[in-house]
Design a protein around this ligand. Structure first.
Ligand SMILES: [Zn+2]
Length: 290
């Protein structure tokens, strides 16, 4: 199963001058629009190619996906728009991607012969909706965006009670096979970019998810909060369709009132990966930092 993160030509850099007053006004405007019910709905397109029972089944699945993701990552600052495409496969959702143009859209290729519980237990929809909780970061940071969505898919599923095992068990299982790539003097960002360009997507995605595991560990241990909490606040104040990775890090640090994300990204850009990643997970109780 694959997830592609389709880009669109990058737009001009948005204004970096974001005053406190402008941010407060944006939050208040979003509260007004949420209270007006503007974001309480989602749209599904593409039903013409499905039967009536399949339409009901798929609608229920998308509804579960939207509600579960919102429950963990907060209300999205735009209506969620889905496109369903029939695709015969050996799994319910063989292919999916987001398009970050205006409006943003989520495309899900589905094999409607599968039962509803197979759809609900599949990670893809939670991964795709998670992508939209942060801006499109550009192709240079596609690895970071994929790491984010890969990390979040299990947070969403765990909170919704549909993840088999703990989040730590699931992360360990996914990341462990790819640690070998990060046993290197090169920085993780350049390793992840190379893995992406070599189409080694699971290694790139799960290697990059470790960025968010480290961030979440710091938030829990030093700031008494969680990444999911911070992201739901971020959605309210700051989530825009496009932003630079540096802006995202700086906005998260601003919300937190501490410098965590900017220095973490800097170390992923410049420190040897072997200083940030463990050689393996077997010597550790859990996924806490090296
Ligand atoms: Zn993705």
């Amino acid at each position: 199963m694959l997830c592609a993160f389709l880009s669109q030509p990058s737009l001009g850099a948005s204004s970096s001058l974001d005053t406190q007053a402008a941010r407060v006004e944006r939050v208040e405007s979003r509260i007004r629009r949420i209270n007006a019910g503007e974001f309480d709905q989602f749209e599904i397109h593409g039903f013409k190619r499905f039967s009536a029972p399949d339409k009901a089944k798929l609608t229920q699945w998308v509804k579960v996906g939207v509600n579960a993701t919102r429950d963990t990552l907060g209300v999205y600052p735009s209506r969620l728009i889905f496109h369903l495409v029939p695709k015969k496969s050996n799994q319910p959702v063989p292919w999916a991607y987001t398009r970050r143009d205006n409006p943003q859209r989520i495309y899900l290729h589905v094999d409607s012969r599968f039962q509803q519980d197979k759809f609900i237990n599949d990670w893809t929809i939670y991964h795709e909706i998670s992508h939209l909780a942060i801006p499109y970061l550009g192709s240079r940071y596609a690895w970071l965006a994929e790491g984010f969505a890969s990390f979040m898919q299990y947070q969403v599923m765990a909170k919704a009670g549909i993840l088999a095992g703990t989040t730590e068990q699931n992360y360990t299982k996914k990341i462990a096979p790819h640690l070998k790539w990060f046993n290197s003097d090169l920085p993780p960002a350049s390793i992840a970019r190379r893995l992406m360009s070599n189409k080694q997507y699971p290694a790139a995605y799960w290697g990059s998810a470790y960025f968010f595991i480290l961030a979440d560990n710091i938030l829990q241990e030093q700031h008494n909060t969680r990444l999911t909490t911070l992201i739901s606040q971020y959605q309210f104040c700051c989530n825009e369709p496009h932003a630079s990775a540096e802006q995202l890090m700086s906005d998260l640090d601003g919300l937190l009132g501490a410098s965590v994300f900017t220095p973490l990204l800097e170390s992923f850009e410049s420190s040897p990966a072997r200083q940030l990643y463990p050689e393996d997970f077997t010597k550790q109780d859990n996924l806490t930092r090296k």
